[in-house]
Ligand binder design. Structure first.
Ligand SMILES: O=C(O)C1=C[C@@H](OP(=O)(O)O)[C@@H](O)[C@H](O)C1
Ligand SMILES: C=C(OP(=O)(O)O)C(=O)O
Length: 441
């Protein structure tokens, strides 16, 4: 007897909001996803309780919670806070089954660095999207620390991590990636002597900031590209208050700039300088935007105001990319609304995200009538005042950031627009559509 199993791709359609009069309001976005993952992981690796306020409740961070629980870490979720009962990195328990990384690249890659030094072996698996994303970028440099990871077809999940005693190393990273850097930092912490990691360009530094807060010693050079890690297994639990995610706020910053009659205030958004590339892009494009820094602690944050703007084109090259990597779908949308021709280059990394974001952006913006040309490492975009929509059924490509960018793009359309697989937004922003509805006038 044959048994056929059919996977029905999520194929429901959501009617997006179009033909609106403007966007007005004052809002908070969820806690930063990158900091949330790290607070959970570093809390678990420490001794004593870590209390986390404003943790992201996106599915990716829930994946990190589930994985830590499978490693024997107690995590208590209350209404306002999450408490991680740290047990120390050496006291994780061997999981009974392969650990499911879901859709989360951050969980998978950071876990590789942590579990390379474990006293047991682990298998990591991922969903369809994560299973096509490259992992050798992590396993290869981890070898310098003694890490042993076997990958499917030498580059993807499933991964078999043979836990080993790790040693120190000096590593020059090939890929510009905060996930790879963080995995290497976690490996370096578990060795017995100081390690040095060199990056080609600086990337988000939340791992370094949080580890120092928890009692480790990580030194970063003035140019942000050399990271010196001193071994430390005696981290101590802390209180972590997570600022709003600038990558989530960015959807509304862009919406406020491109939709007529708009004024939005985004409250308490993280303003770590390794993440504020989207604010520089908005300013360079002539957006009406103002920022008031509230507090400058280890992770600065503040309020951002944006108003309807008369945008001009922009050119971004490889040096601009790391600081705006997750906002590039939105930069493409801004360019589609700006005067002149914009170009994005040096952004091949976009092909290795939850979808091939270059393909997804080009395909979906073309449906909306935008003139856009795909390049190997980016795209060229010609902005127009109004678009002539030629296909009103858009796809998120199973990618949260593409889905949300298209929902913002639709606000400008003058006809009905539908989105396939809108539920994917819950990877980083479960209440995205509710929050959007609240500011539409
Ligand atoms: O370290 C992190 O939290 C992240 C780093 C970036 O990925 P890369 O390290 O692959 O650039 C980013 O795209 C991702 O959304 C989150
Ligand atoms: C790329 C992203 O996340 P991750 O790599 O953790 O899946 C993202 O959130 O845009």
């Amino acid at each position: 007897m044959y048994v056929y199993v059919f996977y029905l791709e999520e194929c429901y359609l959501k009617k997006l909001c179009t033909k609106i009069n403007g966007l007005v309001g004052c809002m908070n976005v969820p806690g930063d996803k990158s900091i949330s993952h790290r607070a959970l992981l570093i809390g678990a690796m420490s001794y004593g309780d870590t209390i986390i306020k404003n943790l992201s409740h996106g599915k990716d961070c829930l994946t990190t919670i589930k994985v830590l629980k499978k490693l024997g870490v107690e995590i208590i979720e209350s209404r306002n806070n999450v408490v991680v009962v740290g047990k120390g990195i050496n006291n994780f328990l061997p999981p009974k089954n392969p650990l499911a990384m879901g859709n989360s690249g951050t969980t998978a890659r950071l876990m590789m660095g942590i579990l390379s030094g474990a006293e047991f072996d682990t298998i990591l698996i991922g969903d369809k999207s994560l299973s096509r994303r490259p992992m050798k970028r992590v396993s290869a440099p981890l070898k310098y620390f003694g890490g042993q990871i076997k990958l499917f077809k030498d580059d993807t999940l499933p991964a078999i991590i043979n836990g080993q005693k790790l040693h120190n190393a000096e590593v020059y990273m090939d890929v510009v990636s905060a996930q790879v850097k963080s995995a290497l930092i976690f490996a370096a912490l578990q060795s017995e002597q100081e390690s040095v990691i060199h990056e080609k360009l600086p990337t988000r530094n939340h791992t370094e900031i949080l580890l120092n807060k928890f009692g480790a010693k990580i030194e970063t050079s003035e140019d942000g590209r050399t990271i010196r890690v001193f071994p430390s297994l005696r981290l101590v639990g802390q209180f972590v208050d997570i600022p709003g995610d600038i990558s989530s706020a960015a959807f509304f910053l862009v919406a406020g700039a491109i939709v007529k009659n708009s004024k939005l205030i985004l409250k308490e958004v993280g303003l770590n300088p390794t993440r504020t590339g989207i604010l520089d892009v908005l300013k360079r494009m002539n957006a009406k935007i103002s920022i008031s820094m509230i507090e400058r602690n280890e992770e600065p944050f503040g309020d951002i105001t944006v108003e309807t703007s008369n945008l001009k084109a922009i050119t971004l090259d490889k040096d601009d990319i790391p600081n705006v990597i997750d906002e590039l779908p939105l930069v493409a949308l801004l360019a589609a609304c700006a005067r002149g021709k914009s170009s994005i280059s040096g952004a091949k990394e976009l092909r290795f995200k939850e979808s091939d974001r270059i393909v997804a952006i080009v395909k979906e913006l073309k449906k909306l009538g935008v003139k856009v040309v795909e390049r190997e490492d980016g795209m060229d975009i010609w902005g127009q005042e109004n678009w002539n929509v030629n296909d009103n059924i858009l796809s998120s490509h199973g990618d949260h950031r593409i889905g949300m960018m298209l929902a913002i793009a639709a606000l400008k359309a003058q006809e009905e627009i539908y989105l396939v697989n809108e539920g994917i937004v819950s990877i980083s922003y479960p209440n995205f559509f509710d929050d959007l509805m609240k500011i539409i006038v």
